[in-house]
Write a protein that binds this ligand. Structure first.
Ligand code: GH3
Ligand code: MG
Ligand code: MG
Ligand code: MG
Length: 317
């Protein structure tokens, strides 16, 4: 990558300026048959805070995109080396990289044929620029695409987080458990899947109000986080119910971890503004491996039901 400090007067996007200051440069890929044009464009991009790689043909472009996952935007000319046109290359790129993950801008000669710009869009380009370009327009169009991609990424992350506790939510559980299950199946190693439910939580709300109830949920979430490793999947399943997926643990070790946590929650109390609340949790544990998270959760849930029936504040496996 060609990297140089950009001219900050030319940076229009505040979120991108923040990245430039952290030396987290945005990576672009320039695809054009002419080397002198590529170098000229690379110079312009530098001024806007973009570091760039170059390619002259379709094959190299697709290879670079596969090996450099940090490329965020590709600028493609109509005329590229080899036997396929820039427009067709866009189509090939879109087979692997959706327009919500990778920005593609077509470049067409000004006044040449407006149909060509339309073709770029039809094949999946996010936008197009006409050559010779006005630098400010080039800059703004690229920035708009990058901001859109950045926003999508931010929203995608938000969509996997429970806003009350900041724990992961069910959506994240579905996606992330697949990865854990795959590795566990390959390694032939069991998972520990626990359903954790706060005991008599309705009484907390009834006695202290819903806001205090919310605060107790946050407090319990912190205790959960402190009991597990960074790589462990800790999820707020909904309401006052949580789910934890651990890998690489013997049954004895898993029981130990959950028993310890039950005793910890039992002995601690939530304290705020003179209000002291004691809560306990019940846990149903499944230890083993199944092809999908749903069936493991369902087995853990049956054990949870038994834990409740047996008097709560306990682990059942
Ligand atoms: P059990 O020991 O059988 O689990 O009893 P419980 O009272 O915990 O279970 P129940 O399912 O009867 O009630 C769950 C309560 O959790 C009811 C509901 O008001 C409360 N709850 C669910 N989500 C939230 C939330 O986001 N905030 C607050 N404050 N309360 C919640
Ligand atoms: Mg409950
Ligand atoms: Mg419940
Ligand atoms: Mg307690």
């Amino acid at each position: 990558y060609l990297i140089k400090k950009p001219n900050t007067d030319l940076l229009y996007s505040t979120r991108l300026i923040e990245r430039v200051y952290k030396n987290d440069f945005i990576k672009a890929l320039i695809v054009d048959g002419s080397e002198s044009f590529r170098n000229k464009l690379a110079g312009s991009l530098q001024q806007f805070g973009l570091a760039s790689l170059q390619s002259s043909d379709a094959k190299t472009t697709l290879e670079l995109l596969k090996t450099h996952s940090d490329i965020q935007v590709v600028l493609i000319d109509l005329d590229i080396s080899g036997d396929i046109q820039g427009v067709e290359l866009v189509e090939d790129i879109r087979e692997h990289f959706p327009s919500t993950m990778l920005g593609v801008l077509g470049m067409t000669p000004h006044g040449y044929n407006s149909q060509l710009s339309i073709e770029f869009l039809k094949k999946g380009a996010n936008d197009f620029i006409t050559k010779p370009f006005v630098k400010e327009q080039l800059n703004l169009r690229i920035m708009q695409v990058l901001e859109m991609l950045d926003t999508i990424q931010e929203k995608n992350i938000e969509a996997t987080i429970d806003p009350l506790t900041q724990l992961k939510n069910r959506r994240a559980l579905e996606v992330e458990s697949k990865v854990l299950i795959q590795s566990a199946l390959i390694a032939n190693s069991p998972l520990s899947v626990a359903m954790i439910d706060i005991d008599h939580f309705k009484a907390v709300n009834d006695t202290f109000g819903h806001d205090v109830g919310d605060d107790v949920l946050k407090w319990i979430s912190e205790i959960l986080k402190s009991n597990f490793r960074k790589k462990d999947l800790i999820v707020r399943n909904g309401g006052e119910e949580f789910c934890v997926v651990l890998d690489d643990l013997s049954l004895e070790k898993a029981i130990d971890i959950f028993e310890k946590m039950i005793r910890q929650i039992e002995s601690k109390s939530y304290e705020n503004d003179g209000v002291i609340i004691n809560v306990t949790v019940s846990i149903g544990l499944f230890h083993g491996i199944k092809n999908d998270i749903k069936s493991m959760l369902s087995l853990a849930d049956k054990k949870l039901y038994l834990a409740k029936k047996n008097g709560r504040n306990q682990l059942v496996l």
